[in-house]
Structures are given as structure tokens and as C-alpha cells.
Design a protein around this ligand. Structure first.
Ligand SMILES: Nc1nc2c(ncn2[C@@H]2O[C@H](COP(=O)(O)OP(=O)(O)OP(=O)(O)O)[C@@H](O)[C@H]2O)c(=O)[nH]1
Length: 602
């Protein structure tokens, strides 16, 4: 049999928590890729952050070898993908490297919002879908409901469904067989010339830029002279190989395969996800169909706590961006925070993850500002200004109108929660445009909401209202005018630009009061009394004050234990380092986070 016929490239797609990583573990075990004793739980979730949160953030390719009943050994390239709405772009990129997809549905939850979104992505890429009902070991599993939803919502025939338990391994051998039998093997392109699609990249401290590629035509070896289509940069291949699951160098990476390629590039910025790599000696004429450019929707400033870390933060961001195409950054300055970066993210979870990664993987001590969407500000002069940072909101006297981004949100919930969810949507300035029953007990509510309103806690609220059974997905739906104003926060009479936000007029009072109260609680008493004020257009709408106090950390230290005293003083010094001196007031890092969290009113 030809080599290509012995290859299967596939991914696992599912709603969050439906068990992709657990199933991937079973596949690794069953194919002997990783011995059971070496198998840490959710092996492919390599980042600490992923293990801790129990979610997959990055796609992870891995190559397995499997001996089928027909006597042949197949090369299976599996790409594990994340499920959260913010990471849909990771999913679509991974799909471009595959011919098939295992679609997992949790037997106790049924079809959820992301299941639908992922199936649509897979269909658009012409992938063969194998529907798989997972977690059948659980007593609460409801197979008849899953079959019905599969047919009704996804239009997939129930006869095609397999049922498995990623936990016990039941049904997994049958699934491997189905992968071989149902997913088509890769085929060569009609076009001439070698081509490989970059579907992901990473920056390795020792080897530099590592591109994750799917070779479509031709082959790549060490020493192959290559060209990147996007920017024409030429380079030489330093190493090729595959993930088993750790990086293993190989002789060549041939058409049909998934693996990694290390080009001899200095800067992480030289490669771009979705780009095509070709062989200079055997060039292809045109690039492979790339990926839809992802555009960030949420913006926030990220600043080093210590200004001396600016250059290091910049270098860390460049590396992080290589690994995460949807993350954007550019330099900016803030009166309160100094030199830093304006960063763009796909959503709030994406933002949190990037901030955490900067802190943990790159050891950066950072402060992030209140997130914002991009506003279109139409001036009386006829000009339109895009504002992604409240600080740059022009003077209200020159503004004709402000438009904000709107999203169409699809919310899937058990019928009993319709009323509560509609109330939630209305409290966020949204309108429900449609309600569709999908079976006796479930509906999909379609709602139109300002993007800004779902930024902070909409998803959390939806989850708590529906006891975890609600799920949502959204897409941008253009812009709409709104009565929006800039709200400033003044600490000790000075506006702190990092706390500014753009709010709807009707919510300004409650939000201003809430912010002032929260800041009062997190900013420690200082040598003098401090006023905290919220103001709109120069008018103060809320005020709180922090009473003067001198914190004597040694007060509790009786006797003369000098080492204990020193420890306390050092601790206090550490505490100081984590503060930002604004005007004459030390504001702790927590204050910047506090203004973000649990905004009940907004
Ligand atoms: N009982 C049971 N639990 C399972 C099974 N598969 C996964 N789980 C559990 O379900 C939870 C989610 O599993 P993961 O494998 O992390 O899910 P995931 O789809 O990879 O999650 P994301 O990557 O964050 O989208 C974990 O607590 C697993 O232990 C199964 O077959 N049976």
C-alpha cells in the first residue's frame, strides 16, 4: 500500500469539558505511544495552566502508530483542540491540517452550543465527521436524547454514532477502527511544487522558532532551502520531526504528514500562522488556502510593574504571539502606568490566559487595565475615530454619536430557564430575537447584545442561572449607536487613566458607585486621607474616602526577635514593590484586578 494510504490525520472536536483530552489519553495508551505508567492525566494539556484549569488552550499534535486488523500499521496524526468559544480560531486552524474529525458529545449533557459551532467548522473544511457519544460509564448518560439531538440539530444519522467512555476505555478500540475505515487518507494536490501549511508555531528556548506543519505536497528534510510565502523570507530547514508526543527528529517530513519543521529564523515575528512554506528548488505557484485572519475584539493595556522590565515584556510578548496568532500588541503609554502595551484578545478568557502565561511562563510582573471593545466614534466634523482605549475618547462636545460592537449570541438552555435567561439578556441591554425548541426540554435563544456587556461576567452568570446546563456561542453582528459616556476615576483628585471605562449612560451611576466602593476596599490606608471619585464629563457621580492610617507592621512583634522583625519588614518591602505609585498614592496590583471582577451592576 502506498504511504499516503497508511496515514490518517484527524482531530477531536467537542464542547468544553466533553472529554477530548481524556479520550486522547486513551488513544495514546491503546496505540502504545505512551506507556500507561507514564500517562499523566490529560497528557496533551502540556501547560501547567491547562492542567490546573482543566481546559485545553493550545492545539497539540501527536503521532501514533496503530496496527490494524488488515495487517497494516497506520500512522495516525491526532490534533487535540480546545473547546472554549475564545479558542475557536485554534480549532479552525487545526482542522485545516486534517481529513477527519471525531465529534465528541457528552452523554450526560447532549449537544451544546460549541458542539454546533465546531460541527459547522468541520463541515466547512469538508472533513469526515465521526460522531461519538462519550462518558457512557456515567449513570446519568442519556443516549436516546443524544441520538435525537444529533439528528435534529446536527443532521448526523444516529447509525453513524459510536459510544465510548474515555475514562474506562470502553468502545475506544472500535473508535480507532472507525478512524482507519471512515476517515479518508490524505491525497496529493493537483498543483506542482512542495508545500506545507503552518497551522501553529511555538518558540523553543533552545531551538528557536518551531513550526507545526501539515505537508500537502513534496517533502522537507534537514537542509532543504525554503521560502515563506507571506513575506518571501528564505531560510534553511534545521530539523524536521514529529510529536511522539515530545519532539522527535526524523529524516524527512513527506506529503500527507503532520509534524514540526524548524527553520533557521532569528525572529519569532518572521513566521505567520496559516502561511505556506515551499521548497526553493521545487516551488509551488500559489499559497495554500490559509486561515481566516482573526481579529481581536477585546483590548486592554498590559504594563510592567517595574518599568525596567519593559524590554523583557516586549520580548516575551513577541514569543507569546508566535504561539498565539490571535494575540496582538503594540506599544502605548499611560500617565498612570508608564510604558506598556495595548493588547488585543478574542475574548475575556483569552485575555486572562495571556496575562497568566506572561506571569507564569515568562515570569513577568504585570498590571492589566480594564478591558474595552473597539468603539466607532463619529465626530461632528464627519470624521470617524476608532477607540479601543477609553483614554483616547475625544471630548464629548465634538462627538456626534458613538457606535459600539454588537454580537449575535446563541444560547442553548433547558426550557425551564427561559425566563431567567431572558431577564439576564435584558439586564445586559440585549434583546431576544428568536427562540427555537430543539427537543422537548431544550431551546436555543438567539439574542443581540452589545459586546461590551458580555465581556465581564455574562458567561459566568449564564452558567449559574442554568445550574451549569446553559451554553453559548457568539458571532459579531456589526455596530450600533448607543448612549455611551466615558467615566473617569479620580484618586486623590487625579484621574487614573488605567481605571477609565466607557459605560452606558443608564449604568454610569451604579457602576461609578460600585467601582469607587471596590477601590475603597482594596486600596490600603495611607499617610493621608484619600478621596476616590467617579466622574462623567467633569461631574462627580460617586465618592468614597479612605481614612488616613499608618500601618506599623512591627506592632505585633513583642520582644526582640530581630530575625522575625526583619522578615516582616522584608515582607512589607515586597508588598510595596507590588504597588504602583500614582500621584502620591500607592495603588496595589489587586486594585486593577478588583475593578474587573464581579461587576454586578454592569
Ligand atoms: N465519567 C467520565 N468522565 C469523563 C470521561 N471523559 C472525560 N471525563 C471527565 O470530564 C472532565 C473533562 O474532561 P477533559 O478531557 O478535560 O475535557 P476536554 O473536552 O478536553 O476539555 P477542554 O479541553 O477544556 O475543552 C474531566 O473531569 C474528565 O475526568 C468519561 O468517559 N467518563
Amino acid at each position: 500500500m502506498a504511504k499516503l494510504e497508511l496515514i490518517r490525520n484527524f482531530c477531536i472536536i467537542a464542547h468544553i469539558d466533553h472529554g477530548k483530552s481524556t479520550l486522547a489519553d486513551r488513544l495514546l495508551e491503546l496505540t502504545g505511544t505512551v506507556a500507561a505508567r507514564d500517562l499523566q492525566e490529560q497528557l496533551l494539556d502540556g501547560m501547567d495552566l491547562e492542567r490546573e484549569r482543566g481546559i485545553t488552550i493550545k492545539s497539540h499534535p501527536v503521532r501514533m502508530h496503530y496496527k490494524h486488523e488488515d495487517g497494516n500499521t497506520y500512522e495516525l496524526n491526532l490534533i487535540d483542540t480546545p473547546g472554549h468559544v475564545d479558542f475557536a480560531y485554534e480549532v479552525s486552524r487545526s482542522l485545516g491540517a486534517c481529513e477527519g474529525a471525531i465529534l465528541l458529545i457528552d452523554a450526560t449533557q447532549g449537544v451544546q452550543a460549541q458542539t454546533v459551532a465546531n460541527v459547522n467548522l468541520a463541515i466547512r473544511q469538508n472533513l469526515k465527521i465521526i460522531p461519538v457519544i462519550n462518558k457512557i460509564d456515567l449513570p446519568a448518560s442519556n443516549l436516546p436524547l443524544c441520538y435525537e439531538q444529533m439528528e435534529e440539530i446536527l443532521a448526523l444519522p444516529r447509525e453513524e454514532a459510536l459510544s465510548v467512555s474515555g475514562k474506562t476505555g470502553e468502545g475506544v478500540p472500535e473508535l480507532l477502527r472507525a478512524v482507519i475505515e471512515r476517515i479518508p487518507h490524505p491525497v496529493l494536490l493537483d498543483e506542482r511544487g512542495a508545500s506545507a501549511l503552518i497551522f501553529d508555531s511555538n518558540y523553543d528556548a533552545y531551538r528557536g522558532v518551531v513550526n507545526y506543519v501539515r505537508v500537502k505536497n513534496g517533502s522537507f528534510k534537514r537542509g532543504t532551502k525554503i521560502r515563506l510565502f507571506n513575506n518571501g523570507i528564505e531560510s534553511e530547514v534545521k530539523e524536521v520531526g514529529f510529536f511522539g508526543p515530545e519532539m522527535r527528529a526524523d529524516e524527512e517530513l513527506a506529503a500527507g504528514s503532520v509534524g514540526y519543521l524548524i527553520p533557521n529564523l532569528k525572529s519569532p515575528a518572521d513566521t505567520k500562522m496559516g502561511d505556506t512554506i515551499t521548497d526553493i528548488k521545487d516551488p509551488c505557484d500559489k499559497p495554500l488556502p490559509g486561515f481566516k485572519e482573526v481579529r481581536p475584539m477585546v483590548f486592554s493595556g498590559i504594563y510592567p510593574i517595574d518599568t525596567a522590565d519593559y524590554e523583557q515584556l516586549k520580548a516575551s510578548m513577541a514569543k507569546l504571539q508566535l504561539n498565539d496568532a490571535a494575540f496582538m500588541y503594540q506599544a502605548e503609554t499611560s500617565a498612570a502606568l508608564g510604558f506598556g502595551f495595548r493588547c488585543g484578545f478574542l475574548g475575556l478568557l483569552h485575555m486572562e490566559i495571556i496575562q497568566e502565561r506572561l506571569r507564569r511562563e515568562y515570569n513577568m510582573d504585570i498590571i492589566a487595565t480594564y478591558p474595552s471593545v473597539i468603539y466607532h466614534v463619529y465626530m461632528k466634523s464627519g470624521e470617524m475615530i476608532q477607540v479601543d482605549n477609553p483614554v483616547f475618547m475625544p471630548d464629548p462636545s465634538g462627538i456626534e454619536r458613538i457606535e459600539e460592537p454588537i454580537i449575535d449570541c446563541h444560547i442553548m438552555i433547558p426550557t425551564e430557564y427561559i425566563g431567567d435567561v431572558m431577564n439576564l439578556v435584558m439586564s445586559k441591554r440585549g434583546i431576544c430575537t428568536n427562540t427555537n425548541s430543539i427537543d422537548a426540554n431544550h431551546v436555543i435563544i438567539t439574542a443581540r447584545l452589545p459586546m461590551h456587556e458580555i465581556l465581564i461576567d455574562f458567561h459566568d452568570k449564564l452558567k449559574s442561572i442554568t445550574r451549569g446546563y446553559g451554553s453559548m456561542d457568539y458571532e459579531p453582528a456589526g455596530y450600533q449607536a448607543g448612549k455611551l459616556v466615558k467615566m473617569d476615576i479620580l484618586v486623590n483628585g487625579e484621574p487614573v487613566d488605567a481605571f477609565s471605562s466607557i459605560v452606558h449612560v443608564d449604568m454610569a451611576y451604579s457602576r461609578g458607585r460600585q467601582l469607587a466602593e471596590r477601590l475603597r476596599d482594596v486600596i490600603p490606608p495611607q499617610m493621608f486621607t484619600i478621596a476616590i471619585q467617579a466622574a462623567v464629563g467633569g461631574k462627580v457621580i460617586a465618592r468614597e474616602s479612605i481614612k488616613q492610617l499608618r500601618k506599623n507592621v512591627l506592632a505585633k512583634c513583642y520582644g526582640g526577635d530581630i530575625s522575625r522583625k526583619r522578615k516582616l519588614l522584608e515582607k512589607q518591602k515586597e508588598g510595596k514593590k507590588r504597588m504602583k505609585l500614582i500621584g502620591q498614592v500607592n495603588i496595589p496590583q489587586e486594585a486593577f484586578v478588583a475593578v474587573l471582577k464581579n461587576s454586578d451592576v454592569n
